[in-house]
Design a protein around this ligand. Structure first.
Ligand SMILES: Cc1cc2nc3c(=O)[nH]c(=O)nc-3n(C[C@H](O)[C@H](O)[C@H](O)COP(=O)(O)OP(=O)(O)OC[C@H]3O[C@@H](n4cnc5c(N)ncnc54)[C@H](O)[C@@H]3O)c2cc1C
Length: 642
């Protein structure tokens, strides 16, 4: 069935504005062609009344206005139009490039080393702080709702380090209290289950079917078998795969088997060794995307085994690690228990980090009231504060004033409101994305530059759709859907978490936030090339295209439950992250991951003169604890004492 724009509601008056309130002028300046980059002088947008980025809808994440300057730097067109920089006359003890969790943590650790009165400036190119930890707000009639635009929760496959745990504790977060905040029984009590949406283009028919996961028992398998639009062979192969207990690599030791699995993709393992129908591979393809941003053609079979994917029982692999650094099947009980989801994701952590350094900017005192606290953006960059955060500021150059071995200062140049400024500092921490750093500094050794460049970023999209009600989910008995062939590879109603004065809705006739995930990639290419292709795709996709895809996909998959995209969708926020997760090493493409040898991230994060390097990229591990750990290490690298 095809839908007209009217049926989809493309003409409906949802709030689809970009952030045009306070930041309009900044965006206009930044999107001006290169020759106009420096044409306008506008005071800091964050200081104006009404500046409130979390309330903006439309294209967020890497929003218009955030990346154009950096791209002109990358393209080599920046400096020819840059003109003379203006000195701000400011001198700091530390300038931090990047206001994500790593940058905010760097400022915090620096104060612990250098003293509370040390002067720190954080420069961030986006219109909000937090980096990937992004807050989305919705006001739908009388209902205020939060969504996570990026970093979703406190969680990590390995236990948080003592340093990261201490930060979480000091910020007042009691991870063990999550069970009381989360109404985890609600969806099961309403009979909602995980489902799969098979689309016509990939599987021959549009069909929403219960997931055949063993958790639902044999009844769900029967339902799946009778309804899924798969061929009889595919269904038989899937059934065989789910119960497979055959040793497909006889005569090899567990280590030898794992070494083989580390060198083939899970897709190849399924197709060539288990010999399942390609439909089965297509169905399982999305399962690892939330972790790696690529499908199972680019995830090793060893990692798939470690993650508990089906098909390996008969190999009787020893659960421990090795060879190499691929996933093992041992779960850390401690890590699994350490989980906390704020309604705005880890944006609450970013906001708590800011509160701990600039209390006037984030009113309140507890990790409960942080959820409803409204940030006073005009307090972020006040001259009297030891920590200042300057938003909408893209750093374009960081250099030592003199020989890096002996220099006492660095100069940092940044563009804000279309104007080029400089500020000085005794130290600089680069907490931004590693592939950006070689464009900012030409003093670093060649090997380090190559290592920084090798840190690919993983593109992904978290789209938050504010729904007026979720009756259709009740009728179709689902709260989360995997959609293997569709534009968004999955979507889910958010956890029902109430914290402090934030009370999430619980009734199906009340509004709710639905999060839809997309992982743009190019199956068949090496992982890094897939990420580059995905990034290009994201920058080329307009909000209108996203909106149409959202409406179509929900109409097709939920229409049988009465979902009406024209009526039910109240607002849309597309958080696109062309520079998303830190790239995590993969035995299919990174030989050192299997065979040993120096890790590029270790070379990349070496301190140099008065520079230190943080960010989750510094340990090639896309988790919040890594961002904190690497900030701690970077501050230590500066060798500061109070
Ligand atoms: C969609 C998504 C979901 C995620 N979910 C989770 C999760 O549930 N749990 C988890 O633990 N981790 C998650 N992560 C991983 C997350 O990246 C880390 O947890 C952590 O937040 C990374 O922090 P960071 O400060 O290292 O990097 P970032 O958050 O990327 O911050 C770096 C900042 O530097 C800025 N910057 C770059 N260049 C410049 C420049 N030239 N000038 C000024 N500023 C610059 C960037 O714009 C960015 O804001 C998720 C990531 C994404 C993208």
């Amino acid at each position: 069935m095809s839908w007209t724009d009217k049926e989809l509601g493309m003409d409906r008056p949802i709030t689809r504005r970009d952030f045009m309130n306070g930041a309009a002028m900044a965006i206009a300046a930044a999107v001006t062609p290169h020759s106009g980059l420096f044409a306008q002088a506008v005071p800091g947008p964050q200081d104006r009344p009404g500046y409130d980025p979390p309330a903006a809808h439309g294209l967020r994440g890497s929003h218009p206005g955030a990346f154009e300057v950096a791209h002109s730097l990358r393209d080599g067109t920046f400096w020819s139009h840059a003109g003379q920089p203006e000195s701000t006359g400011e001198t700091y003890d530390l300038i931090v490039v990047g206001g994500g969790i790593s940058g905010l943590s760097s400022a915090r650790f620096f104060h612990a080393h250098a003293g509370k009165s040390a002067r720190v400036l954080i420069l961030e190119n986006h219109d909000d702080f937090g980096g990937h930890a992004k807050r989305n707000e919705f006001q739908i009639d009388k209902t205020f709702m939060l969504g996570y635009g990026g970093t979703y929760s406190i969680e990590s496959p390995a236990p948080y380090s003592p340093v990261a745990k201490q930060v979480v504790r000091d910020l007042g977060i009691d991870v063990s209290s999550y069970a009381k905040d989360n109404n985890s029984r609600l969806y099961p009590s309403l009979g909602l289950k995980e489902k799969i949406f098979f689309d016509k283009e990939t599987f021959g028919a549009d069909c929403l079917v219960v997931s055949p996961s063993q958790r639902h028992g044999s009844k769900s398998w029967q339902e799946f078998e009778s309804k899924a639009p798969l061929t009889e062979k595919s269904k038989a192969d899937l059934k065989r795969l789910l119960t497979l207990n055959e040793d497909l690599l006889p005569g090899l030791s567990s280590q030898q088997k794992k070494a083989k699995l580390a060198r083939i993709s899970y897709a190849d393992y399924l197709l060539k060794m288990v010999k399942v129908d390609p439909q089965v591979v297509a169905m399982l393809d999305p399962d690892q995307k939330p972790l790696y941003g690529v499908g199972i053609d680019a995830v090793s079979a060893q990692d798939a085994w470690g993650l508990g994917m089906p098909g390996f029982d008969g190999l009787k692999l020893a659960p421990g690690p090795g060879p190499g650094m691929g996933r093992d099947a041992n779960r850390s009980e401690e890590a699994e228990k350490y989980f906390f989801h704020f309604p705005d994701g880890n944006s609450s952590i970013a906001r708590l980090l800011v509160r701990s350094q600039i209390p006037e900017a984030v009113p309140g005192h507890t990790a409960e009231d942080i959820v409803t606290s409204q940030v006073r953006y005009d307090q972020l960059d006040q001259p009297g504060n030891p920590t200042r955060i300057r938003l909408n500021s893209t750093v374009v150059r960081v250099r030592h004033l003199g020989d890096p071995a002996t220099a006492k200062e660095v100069e940092v140049s940044y563009v804000r409101n279309g104007r080029l400024y400089t500020a000085k500092a005794s130290h600089c921490i680069l907490a931004c994305w590693h592939p950006v750093i070689p464009y900012l500094n030409d003093e670093l050794p060649k090997a380090q530059i190559a290592a920084l460049r090798s840190a690919e970023k993983v593109p992904l999209v978290y789209t938050n759709v504010a729904l007026r009600n979720w009756q259709s989910f009740i009728k179709l008995q689902t709260s989360s859907v995997s959609a293997p062939g569709s534009y968004f590879t999955g979507y889910a109603l958010d956890h029902r978490v109430s914290i402090g004065n934030y009370h999430c809705t619980t009734k199906p006739d009340e509004p709710i936030v639905l999060t839809m995930e997309r992982y743009p990639c190019s199956p068949g290419l090496p992982a890094r090339a897939q990420h580059r292709a995905g990034r290009a795709d994201l920058y080329a996709t307009s909000f209108e295209t996203f909106e149409r895809k959202i409406r179509e996909q929900l109409a097709r998959s939920m229409g049988a439950g009465g979902f009406d995209p024209a009526h039910d969708i109240a607002a849309i926020t597309v958080n696109r992250w062309p520079h998303g997760y830190a790239y995590q090493y993969n035995s299919l493409w990174d030989p050192f991951w299997l065979e040993g040898g120096p890790l590029p991230c270790v070379e990349a994060r070496k301190p140099f003169g008065r520079l230190a390097i943080a960010n989750a990229d510094a340990d090639a591990y896309a988790y919040t604890d890594c961002a904190i750990n690497q900030a701690y290490r970077a501050v230590n690298d500066l060798k500061i004492t109070a």
